[in-house]
Ligand binder design. Structure first.
Ligand code: ZN
Ligand code: ZN
Length: 375
C-alpha cells in the first residue's frame, strides 16, 4: 500500500499555489513574504529544506520574479527540489556575506513584509536590523487562507495518510495485552507507523487506565491490566509532508460499566459532530454539537478541550474547531473531530477522525470502527 507515494505535489499545483499567494500578497499590500524552511515553504514550493542557522529564504514578491535565497552550499539541493522545475530564481550568499542585507537590497525600503509564522526569532531580528524602516507582519495572514482550503491533490494526500494510520490501528488490538507496559506497546506502534509508509513518527499516545484521563499523556512504564480502557492517539508524516492523526479507545479483556456508559455518549457526540459538517457551518458550531450532547448526558465538565484542529502539512493548523471561531467551513477544509471524556484518576476516552468538508457535506479519511474495541 505504500508504493509510489510522491514526495511533492505536481509542479502545476505548486505553480498555482505560488500564483494565488502572489495575488494575496498584492491584495494585502505587502512588498513580499519571506518564508524560511518549514511547512509554508513546503506548501509553496515543495522544497523540504532543513531549518538551520544559515538563512534559506523564499522571497515571494508582490511584483516581479520570486527569489529563493540560499547559502552557496545549498544551491544544488534547492535546484534539485521542485524549485528547479518551477523556474524560480536561485540566488546565493557566501559564508562571509550578510544574507539579511542581501535580501533587503532586493526589496523596497518602506512598506511591510510578511515573515513566516514559525521563523526563528534570531532571523526575525536580523531582518529588522537589515530593514529598519520596513514593518514586519505575519505571512500567516496571507497563507492561512490558502493552506486551509486543500486542493484535490492535497485531499488525496490526506486520504493516503488516513489509510496508513488506519493500517496501524488495525494492528493495535494484537499488541494491547495485560502485562505489557504502555512503552512496549508504543514501540510496536512506532515501528508500524514507519512500516506502513510514514517517514516520521510524530506522536504515540498509549494512555491506559487512569492515564487515559490525561489527554496529552504520552507513554509510561505502567503495566496494562485486565479491564483497562486504553486511549491510543497516533500520527506521523508521510513522504509528501502530509500528516496523519487518529484516536481509538480500546479496552483490555473487558470494560468497566461506568466507562461503557460514557463511551456510548462520546461515540454519539463524535458521530453527530461529523454529520454536522457541510459548507457554511461555522467551526464553533461543530464544537457546539459535540459539546451539547456530552453536556446533556451530564459529562460536560469532563470534556476539557476543543473538538478539533485543522491538519495538512502540520498536525495542528487552521481551522481550529473551538468556541469563538466563527470561520465558515468551506469545501477542502480538513480537520479533526475528536471529542473526549476524561474522569480524572479513573479512565478516559477519545474518538478522533480527520474529516474533509466536501461540496455535499463531509468525507472521513479514517475508517477504523468506532465502537469500543475489546482486545
Ligand atoms: Zn490525535
Ligand atoms: Zn488531533
Amino acid at each position: 500500500m505504500t508504493q509510489n507515494i510522491p514526495t511533492h505535489p505536481p509542479i502545476a499545483d505548486l505553480a498555482d499555489r505560488l500564483a494565488r499567494a502572489q495575488e494575496a500578497v498584492r491584495a494585502v499590500g505587502a512588498n513580499a513574504l519571506l518564508v524560511t524552511p518549514g511547512p509554508d515553504l513546503r506548501y509553496l514550493t515543495g522544497y523540504d529544506a532543513v531549518p538551520l542557522e544559515r538563512l534559506t529564504c523564499l522571497m515571494l514578491m508582490a511584483e516581479g520574479d520570486h527569489v529563493m535565497m540560499v547559502p552557496r552550499l545549498e544551491v544544488e539541493a534547492a535546484k534539485a527540489s521542485p524549485i528547479g522545475e518551477l523556474g524560480l530564481i536561485v540566488a546565493f550568499w557566501d559564508e562571509t556575506d550578510n544574507p539579511y542585507r542581501r535580501v533587503a537590497r532586493l526589496l523596497p525600503d518602506r512598506g511591510w513584509v510578511g515573515l513566516d509564522n514559525h521563523m526563528w526569532a534570531e532571523k526575525v531580528l536580523h531582518f529588522r536590523d537589515a530593514m529598519p524602516e520596513v514593518i514586519q507582519g505575519l505571512a500567516g495572514v496571507v497563507l492561512e487562507d490558502l493552506r486551509m482550503r486543500k486542493s484535490a491533490d492535497e485531499v488525496d494526500a490526506l486520504r493516503r495518510a488516513g489509510a496508513a494510520i488506519d493500517a496501524v490501528h488495525e494492528q493495535v488490538p494484537q499488541w494491547l495485552r495485560a502485562g505489557r507496559t504502555e512503552r512496549e506497546v508504543a514501540r510496536d506502534i512506532s515501528e508500524a507507523i514507519i512500516a506502513v509508509g510514514h517517514t516520521r513518527v510524530d506522536f504515540v499516545i498509549v494512555a491506559s487506565g487512569p492515564n487515559g484521563a490525561s489527554p496529552h499523556h504520552e507513554v509510561s512504564d505502567r503495566v496494562i491490566e485486565v479491564g483497562d480502557p486504553v486511549v491510543v492517539d497516533i500520527g506521523g508524516t508521510m513522504p509528501d509532508g502530509y500528516c496523519s492523526d487518529e484516536t481509538r479507545t480500546y479496552a483490555v479483556g473487558s470494560a468497566p460499566v461506568d466507562f461503557v456508559e460514557y463511551y456510548e455518549v462520546l461515540q454519539t457526540a463524535q458521530e453527530a459532530a461529523c454529520q454536522h459538517v457541510r459548507p457554511g457551518v461555522s467551526a464553533e458550531s461543530i464544537d457546539a454539537v459535540a459539546r451539547s450532547i456530552i453536556a446533556e448526558a451530564g459529562y460536560g465538565d469532563l470534556f476539557i478541550h476543543r473538538t478539533g484542529h485543522g491538519i495538512g502539512l502540520e498536525t495542528h493548523e487552521e481551522p481550529y474547531i473551538v468556541a469563538g471561531n466563527d470561520e465558515p467551513i468551506a469545501p477542502g477544509m480538513a480537520f479533526s473531530i475528536e471529542p473526549g471524556i476524561y474522569r480524572e484518576g479513573v479512565h478516559g476516552a477519545r474518538i478522533e477522525d480527520i474529516v474533509v468538508c466536501t461540496e455535499a457535506g463531509f468525507e472521513r479519511v479514517n475508517h477504523r470502527p468506532r465502537d469500543l474495541i475489546i482486545t
